[in-house]
Design a protein around this ligand. Structure first.
Ligand code: NAD
Ligand code: 6OD
Length: 488
């Protein structure tokens, strides 16, 4: 083991807890052990939730919005001041290229705090003056108050970005949080505790308990009766388990779940832009982005050219370790996930797919042979009802199918239990609006992908989620809107 064991962060202090259990944090690049992680069970979760509940009644609960906003700006500045440490930690946990995390994960980790500080500072509420029979009238006005203790359960694919995407608005609205990061990626969530202390966030406002889901910190946290709401990002099946836990005590949930996202490429697209965009949406972060494309539909006249150019792009990706500044393609998160993705690679072959490129494990040499590497992979030739076209793989792979007309492709794109994201590639403005409006997903991009404005609603339809976060929509989840009626 190389690093110090990762501890929980409870009531402003790092603690190993009392469970006496640790698990290993494994480096996906080569399978080596990065460090041990203390596992939290019921006592650690109890301590964190109690600290969070008490902190609501402490200085945090009495601060003005302006004071809270100033502190959140300091948190963002604190992340930026320690940018290289966050970068190192994130890339160690995930194996992703530093060139990627430097532009996405860490900057967004900081900006999530600033964006929601601004939202809460500028959020209006409503007022209704009303007439009364005695002629004196009454005034209704609404106020937003914090919901209380928020449980934040986060995944491993964009660990800091997705955790702060929840913690930022939760704190901006005056709540306190207990975070359970993914067992695969505990480092940046832990490091953020130091930043919170340095920024003057009162003890108990930001708490972290490490561990797994079932029979571990995740389940104990979501079952805890003093947790007032649960915000979750992860697999749809995990979201189902968490909703069941949340039903006890009628706790509110926000669910950001899986997807099987389509890209629709019309013959009148700008081919260079479409190839560049679909390359990113399929392969960035080794395909481990919830918004990523796994089904590509290409209008028949340009099908062969598109397939050939995407193949060339995939074969041009530079596979490498995080420190390799030329690398734009890292390993998957774990050997377990590698096994799952390779299982789909095998299944595609068995189902008769044409393997356009990839389908195996790259030769990374002896030193990296214990890592979770897979090849970027493209298939053609499968039916829309095959498992490859229906199940979320969450790897660097896509299937490309031809289509002949607009109505057909809309039907096929919507033929899924998921509804998270879609991208449409066309230079025809009317068509882009017409098609976008008929796609059953929470997020549709035209001639772009993962272009984010944090003021916009973010979330999934169907089995991709419940609720919307982002901008003022986050306030709906992280606050109670109360009406006060004053008889004049
Ligand atoms: P996961 O569901 O396996 O785990 C997510 C978190 O839930 C982890 O912290 C895990 O420990 C915890 N957990 C697991 N079981 C639990 C339980 N019973 N109770 C409480 N907590 C539990 O997801 P993952 O593998 O970490 O992430 C990949 C998945 O996340 C993919 O399906 C992807 O599409 C989805 N995702 C969705 C979005 C979105 O915005 N919609 C964003 C990122 C990832
Ligand atoms: O950009 C975001 O705010 C966000 N929640 C992205 C999710 C990416 C999924 O992997």
């Amino acid at each position: 083991m190389s690093g110090k064991a990762v501890m929980h962060f409870i009531n402003g202090e790092y603690t190993p807890g009392t469970s006496g259990k640790v698990f290993q944090n494994i480096n996906p690049v080569d399978g080596s052990v990065i460090c041990d992680v203390h596992e939290g069970l019921k006592p650690e979760v109890d301590a964190a939730v109690t600290a969070a509940k008490d902190a609501l009644r402490g200085p945090w609960g009495k601060m003005t919005i302006e004071e809270r906003v100033a502190i959140l700006h300091k948190v963002a500045d604190g992340v930026n001041a320690r940018f290289d440490e966050f970068l190192e930690a994130e890339c160690k946990d995930t194996g992703k290229p530093k060139s990627l995390a430097r532009h996405i994960d860490i900057p967004r980790g900081a900006s999530n705090f600033k964006a929601f500080a601004e939202v809460i500072k500028n959020a209006p509420t409503e007022t209704f003056p009303m007439a009364t029979p005695d002629g004196t009238g009454a005034l209704n006005y609404s106020i937003r108050t914090p919901k209380g203790v928020i449980a934040v359960i986060s995944p491993w694919n964009l660990p800091l970005l997705l955790m702060t995407w929840k913690v930022g608005p939760a704190l901006a609205c005056g709540n306190t949080v207990v975070v359970k990061p993914s067992e695969e990626t505990p480092l940046t969530t832990s490091l953020l505790g130091e930043v919170m202390n340095d920024a003057g966030v009162p003890a108990g406002v930001y708490n972290v308990v490490n561990g797994f889901g079932p029979d571990s910190a995740g389940a104990y946290l979501t079952e805890h009766p003093d947790v007032d709401a649960i915000t979750f990002t992860g697999e749809t099946s995990t979201g189902t388990a968490i909703m069941k836990a949340a039903a006890v005590g009628m706790r509110d949930v926000s669910m950001e779940l899986g997807g099987k996202n389509p890209a629709i490429v019309f013959a009148d697209c700008d081919m260079d832009k479409a190839i560049e965009g679909v390359m990113r949406s399929v392969f960035v972060n080794c395909g481990q982005v919830c918004l990523g494309t796994e089904r590509v539909y290409v209008e028949r006249p340009i099908f062969d050219e598109f397939v050939a150019r995407l193949k060339a792009g995939a074969e041009d990706l530079k596979v490498g370790e995080p420190d390799d500044e030329d690398a734009n393609f890292g390993p998957l998160i774990s050997k377990e996930h590698q096994e799952k993705v390779l299982g789909y690679y095998d299944l595609a072959r068995k189902l008769g797919a044409n393997v356009v490129t990839g389908g195996g494990v790259p030769d990374m040499g002896d030193a990296l042979s214990g890592g979770a590497w897979v090849e970027p992979t493209i298939w053609t030739g499968l039916d829309d009802d095959s498992a490859i076209m229906r199940e979320e793989i969450f790897g660097p792979c896509c299937h490309i199918s031809p289509f002949d007309d607009e109505d057909e492709v809309i039907l096929r794109a919507n033929d899924t239990v998921y509804g998270l994201a879609c991208s449409i590639w066309t230079e025809n403005l009317s068509k882009s609006h017409r098609v976008a409006g008929q796609i059953e997903s929470g997020l549709t991009w035209v001639n772009s992908w993962f272009l984010r404005d944090l003021r916009t609603p973010f979330g999934g339809s169907k089995q991709s989620g419940i609720g919307r976060e982002g901008g003022v929509h986050s306030l709906e989840f992280y606050t109670e809107l109360r009406n006060i009626c004053v008889k004049l």
